[in-house]
Design a protein around this ligand. Sequence first.
Ligand SMILES: *[C@@H]1O[C@H](CO)[C@@H](O)[C@H](O)[C@H]1NC(C)=O
Ligand SMILES: *[C@@H]1O[C@H](CO)[C@@H](O)[C@H](O)[C@H]1NC(C)=O
Length: 462
Amino acid sequence: MHFIKLAIFAAFALEIALVAIASDAAKLVITVLSQYPGYHTAKAYRLRDNIKEQAKDLQDVSVNIILTHELNLVGSWTIGNILPDLIRNFEESQWYLFCEVNTFIKLKRLMDLLRGFNSSQDIWLGYAVYDHEPTIIHHFSDHTKKFKYPNPSSGFVITAPLVKKLAQRVASGEKPEGEFSIDAAYEFSKFVWDNGKGTRLIHVPELCVVSDDTCATYPQHFHPCGQSIPIQKVYVAVKTCSKFHVQRISVIKRTWAKHAANIGYYSDKADDNIPEAIVTPNTTQGHCAKTYSILKHSNEILTSKKLDWLVITDDDTILSLGKLLQLLTCYNPSDPVALGERYGFRLWKNSGYNYLTGGAGLVLSANLVQKLIEPGFCSCPSPSTPDDMFLFGVCLKRVGTEPIHLPHFHQARPDDYPKVYLASQEPVSFHKFWQIDPKQVYDEWFAEADAYLSPPVQHTEL
Ligand SMILES: *[C@@H]1O[C@H](CO)[C@@H](O)[C@H](O)[C@H]1NC(C)=O
Ligand SMILES: *[C@@H]1O[C@H](CO)[C@@H](O)[C@H](O)[C@H]1NC(C)=O
């Protein structure tokens, strides 16, 4: 605990030292929700340098920039628990902006925009989105009230009096409902709204989702870090069971799986519909034993065929291998790398952990797979322990790795997200076939991106 406090203080103190404060200038603190490793921190530093460069040309603005990866707090992405320190270290500030590493900020335009609002009042501004139907990621809460929350990659801004109130609530032990952190922007908005006692988000279209001349902020597109890596370097493990061989595996084979060069279907038994299935321990819940045996088997394949990456999916995951290969250009398979959609468990008090949720699909480097199956690290507490929480959370921590969150991965169906939000996320995966046509989802979102992998490469079932 003391260590954490010190680390935060050091990071804040560094920022104070770096930026001179003009007494009558508008004061803004920008908190960039950044993460390790290199690719992500490099983007955060580039954003910080860019903002500082812009600030030099403006006489009437003083900006401080916090990069959350420097705070060393597993839960910093949920925002609430960094507020007390933020307010303590930047008492003088009038405005607090929160954004992601891919958010571009036009500082002059932003300050002009903020001048139109009174920073002495409780105000928060963002590009407002809301659910069009009840969604699993928001615990199926009532969508008819059009509860508004900000599109995170557009950034959102909170005034000092409101940040102070929120920080006080956090410091006095208040927290969002439940033990899981799933969608930080939504859950934080619920906290700010406080069942009607709090503050409603004001929609500001200049905090854009798509770049144009009017924007003060906007999300930048993903750019690959190099030449796309060959699909032959990837092994895909699909988790299934005999009950779903016909219904689900047939869909997967007709859509994204046909582009895989190396793929294995892990099931409780082989049958005529899927004769190539690799039989693994049968678990109806949690699946820890099953996923652990997938890791062991996959490691043998990665080693013997000298492959770089393991992709693990459910049998109702819909994804684009073409897009995935582009993302992988930014990571080194010789490092311990775990990519996917991050959830948090009991993060609020900084005592919990992050993990990758399985349904969205996840990617592990060959180096990490080997570490995870080293004897003694990751034996499942019980065969039915939740596999993603244990293997891709608790266990990652044991081997000294944090999961990397990529907003391109989705644990639910396209209909479960606001359209505007999805448009700014550049999806790579979706999950669940419930009340949708999965083939249609694939065709709409991914078929074009996978076309360059066609005609299907030589296919070896493993
Ligand atoms: C801003 O809000 C404060 C607090 O409500 C109020 O006292 C002040 O007059 C307002 N300033 C302007 C310029 O409206
Ligand atoms: C595995 O579990 C499922 C679900 O309980 C069951 O239907 C199936 O028969 C089991 N398979 C074997 C081989 O025991």
